[in-house]
Design a protein around this ligand. Sequence first.
Ligand code: HEM
Length: 484
Amino acid sequence: MTNQKNLTTSWGAPVGDNQNSITAGQRGPVLIQDVHLLEKLAHFNRERVPERVVHAKGGGAFGTFTVTNDLSKYTKAKLFNGVGKETDMFIRFSSVAGELGSSDTVRDPRGFAVKFYTEEGNYDIVGNNTPVFFIRDAIKFPDFIHTQKRDPRTHLKNPTAVWDFWSHSPESLHQVTILMSDRGIPATWRHTHGYGSHTFKWVNADGQAVWVKYHFRTEQGVKNLDVDLAAKIAGENPDYYIDDLFNAIEKGDFPAWKLYVQIMPIEDADTYRFDPFDVTKVWSQKDYPLIELGRMELNRNPENYFAEVEQATFSPGTFVPGVEASPDKMLQGRLFAYGDAHRYRVGANHNLLPVNRPKAEVNNNQRDGFMRADDNGGRSVYYEPNSFGGPTESQEARLTPFDISGQAAQVAYNSDDHYTQAGDLYRLLSPEERTRLVANIVGAMEPVELEEIKLRQISHFYKADPEYGTRIAEGLGLAVPQEA
Ligand code: HEM
């Protein structure tokens, strides 16, 4: 072969023998002077980075986002301004509870994390395929995830812990209903919608703000898997979704989603019939209809899974000018959690890696740290203020001032209506869909060890809709609650 390259060590020197260690004679022990062997084994021992503590199993693809409707009257974020404007993006789909090698076709929410490489820096929307979440205060997240992961004693999944937590956290009912419905096992990642889930703030060039929610609607149509088929696939091809996405893109069948937003005037948040920052609730589309914004098409597979998917770091706090946080307590907690996870999992310089590196020019005073893989700022000025023409602040990137009021305290949400939206969803389902939902829940609750947990959870289903609660009680052979 004419273009054959020499095998080298990581320091670039040619390797003389990559098949035989250096030994003292034919049968002698291996010599410590075999630095190529030492380096090879030592590097191998360090091939794994910690998997994500949640959303460990996933797959990703690159694509293009195109604006189809100019919404610059609501946001100055340049990626959303100007019909036809194109922005490169990367998406990672995932499941939540399983480990890196777990099966794709299990009942779980699916992560839907999008990174836009905008001209003003990266913008991430780190959502799920569900518009709501199980809890609404970050302080409950580690406990919630403990119940989803393995029991520390047995290393087995623990349905008693799952339903114990949910039955004590009735705000989860809406998301539990979605999870246990057909939508809990999508046919593929291509056949599911995506949501930003939280409420965010958009700000326009005049400094006027609105509240916003994101909806990615699949152009492939929503399709789900039958539970028996899903279980079969889980055994036969645990990487079924990765396989599907990779091969669809490989053969030019590019999946696409339309991006819509719901816009709420800032002042409506004070008077809306529930707290619009409560991530366990959806905003009615009658009150705030979907407005088209753009189209996302996935058209390129990663060249290398570890480099681009495993090392990708998304954060709901990766904002660009024109997008800001809302007071959603979950979102506020997440603004800390992701950056912290990235510094631990990938390292303080994770944004220098190609998949995370902004396409916009980066000028800052960060220096040094593990794996600083660029020129570390070279000879440029490394502090501010300075007299040497270093990078300066941008007025248009200043945060929009906002009012806050009230006493600092550990306050609960003032709405305890966990039932209306879950019940509305149940009532929207067809008779066949309700039957499958009930069967899924009954099957999942049967192994729960304590009857009081089952009864507590049944009463939540009953409060959402008496038929819903009754059918689950009957399925479990337990008493139907007497009152809502
Ligand atoms: C991943 C924390 C709620 C969606 C992660 C990771 C952490 C985390 C630590 C791993 C990050 C990494 O290692 O790169 C939290 C906390 C939450 C929370 C503390 C609540 C306070 C949510 C919610 C959603 C969500 C509400 C969706 C609406 C995701 C997604 C990923 C993820 C999609 C995977 C990102 C990727 O593909 O790299 N979360 N999470 N999380 N989380 Fe959350």
